[in-house]
Design a protein around this ligand. Structure first.
Ligand SMILES: Cc1cc2nc3c(=O)[nH]c(=O)nc-3n(C[C@H](O)[C@H](O)[C@H](O)COP(=O)(O)OP(=O)(O)OC[C@H]3O[C@@H](n4cnc5c(N)ncnc54)[C@H](O)[C@@H]3O)c2cc1C
Length: 482
């Protein structure tokens, strides 16, 4: 028999939930920010499926956009072929953008510092609670910056007279030019000023003897970790759905509608299967990543395209995230210039040296991920399903990482060539202007995977407690730019 005390406690709790005002919460965007928001709303102490209806609307119905047709479509099959897909139902369309095509690095040394420590801790707690090591590839890792000298790929020679030479003049390659910058370049220290520590022995998948010219440790397992972003995002969606969130894919929001007095959110309008639908909404979270400005023009989030590849290595590679600076020699395939479209298979040889900075992340599923620089020659399309991949830019990355590692080059197998849009300018997290119920969570730059759990938790507090409680918004507060 239950003692009177727990009975009283239970009835107090249920009264509290009953007394919290009913809410119709709509989350726009099925990337990592929208899915983490959905998850943390359902884990908030005041959440009740009886009084809070939560709907997540995602514009796309497919994750195939932004990947070449020969790319793998389901990374879960690599991580854990037996069970991963069952535990992370595909929800095609969820994580179809940057949240499915990012590197997945997490770090206590990321920015902005007002939310980083909370988010790093939440990642750790989520991984412990749900077996994130198996389910979404969570592990602690090292991060390093390396200077390398690339070798020429087969078929290219230093006199530039191989069959790939198109005979055009090379506008970018005189001397050792800085051809492209890495995404996390703000963290790169001047390597010459740092003590050279020598490469650790387990970095055996890098051709250290021939390629490495300088090495500097940046992060250790104490302060650095990683996830597979697509699997993590799908898991958050799945865990939120289990507690009552309704996920609707193929639902592109076209407007956020206010009450007649203009003071509160009243509904959102979205298009699905060619029909227009209206969803009553008291609280609307705009988590549309690089698309945010199309719904909230006052929030200055911009978009830049970035390409990446996934390579299966002959053996699992040790847990390093590498911020590279690679010197390409004369005769190396010329990287596609930032402001022009590439021509697949037609990279002419470089006439001078050039430095590039692809980032390489070893993953526990027997692959390595590498990404290149951003470009802005193709405007953000309407949905993730229509993202255009420039195969030549993927080939650039493949040549460059293959020039410093046989495991990533001649002995590796390219599994995916992909592109997505990086949201820039923020992050912005919090109420938008004076419209009651309107909240933004977007613009997370190159640290959106790292900062998604804190963002989701803070948004859940803003909606259900009226203010953020677990961390200060600091520079993320949208009122600073409105
Ligand atoms: C190459 C690359 C590498 C990266 N590496 C890392 C890393 O190592 N670590 C890290 O922390 N971060 C990394 N990032 C950054 C990270 O990927 C992003 O910050 C993060 O994924 C942004 O998530 P999001 O949910 O805001 O946006 P998105 O993932 O773009 O999701 C937004 C979603 O909103 C949907 N949407 C848009 N408009 C509408 C609408 N009107 N109606 C309905 N749905 C809509 C879109 O379809 C999309 O699915 C990387 C980014 C890139 C590009």
């Amino acid at each position: 028999m239950l003692s009177p005390a727990p009975v009283r406690l239970l009835s107090t709790l249920s009264k509290r939930k009953m007394s919290s005002p009913p809410k119709d919460i709509t989350i726009i965007g099925g990337g990592i920010i929208g899915c983490c928001t959905a998850y943390f709303l359902t884990r908030h102490p005041s959440y009740s499926p009886e009084t809070h209806r939560i709907t997540l609307l995602e514009a796309s119905t497919s994750n195939a956009g932004g990947r070449t047709p020969d790319s793998i479509t389901d990374p879960a099959t690599l991580a854990d072929p037996e069970t991963a897909s069952k535990r992370n139902p595909a929800h095609d369309g969820i994580a179809g953008g940057a949240s499915g095509k990012a590197g997945g690095l997490l770090a206590l040394w990321a920015f902005p510092q007002s939310i980083v420590p909370l988010s790093f801790k939440l990642h750790d707690e989520l991984a412990k609670e749900y077996g994130g090591d198996k389910r979404w590839g969570y592990r602690r890792c090292y991060a390093s910056q390396i200077d390398c000298q690339a070798r020429l790929p087969p078929g290219f020679s230093s006199n530039g007279t191989n069959g790939k030479d198109t005979g055009e003049t090379d506008p970018v390659s005189s001397g050792a030019e800085h051809g492209s910058k890495g995404l996390h370049k703000d963290h790169k220290k001047e390597i010459k000023a740092l003590q050279k520590l020598g490469a650790p022995e387990d970095l055996d998948w890098l051709d250290t003897e021939e390629a490495l010219t300088a090495y500097e440790g940046m992060g250790t397992p104490e302060n650095t970790a990683q996830v597979h972003p697509e699997l993590f995002t799908r898991s958050m969606a799945q865990l939120a759905e289990e507690k009552g969130v309704k996920i609707v894919t193929g639902a592109r929001v076209t407007s956020i509608n206010k009450t007649a007095d203009g003071k509160s959110v009243e509904s959102v309008t979205y298009e699905k299967d060619g029909k227009e639908e209206r969803l009553p909404t008291t609280d609307c979270v705009v988590a549309a990543g690089p698309w945010t400005r199309r719904l909230l023009p006052e929030i200055p989030v911009t978009a830049a395209r970035a390409h990446s590849v996934v390579i299966k290595t002959p053996k699992p590679v040790s847990a390093y995230a590498l911020f590279t600076s690679i010197m390409l020699p004369v005769g190396f395939p010329t990287p596609t210039p930032k402001d022009s479209r590439g021509a697949p298979g037609a990279q002419r040889p470089l006439r001078g040296q050039q430095i590039v900075e692809p980032e390489i992340y070893a993953r526990p599923d027997g692959t390595a991920y590498a990404c290149g620089p951003t470009d802005d020659i193709v405007e953000l399309p309407q949905t993730t399903a229509e993202v255009e991949v420039d195969v030549a830019r993927c080939e650039d990355i493949i040549y460059q990482v293959g020039g410093i590692s046989d495991d990533l080059g001649k002995d590796g197998q390219v599994l995916a060539k992909q592109a997505c849009y990086l949201p820039q300018g923020g992050p912005y997290i919090g109420p938008v202007g004076h419209t009651k119920g309107l909240v933004v969570a977007a613009g997370h730059t190159c640290w959106g995977i790292q900062n998604a759990p804190a963002t989701g938790k803070l948004v859940s507090e803003i909606i259900l407690d009226g203010k953020p409680k677990s961390a200060r918004l600091g520079g993320c507060d949208p009122s600073l730019v409105l």
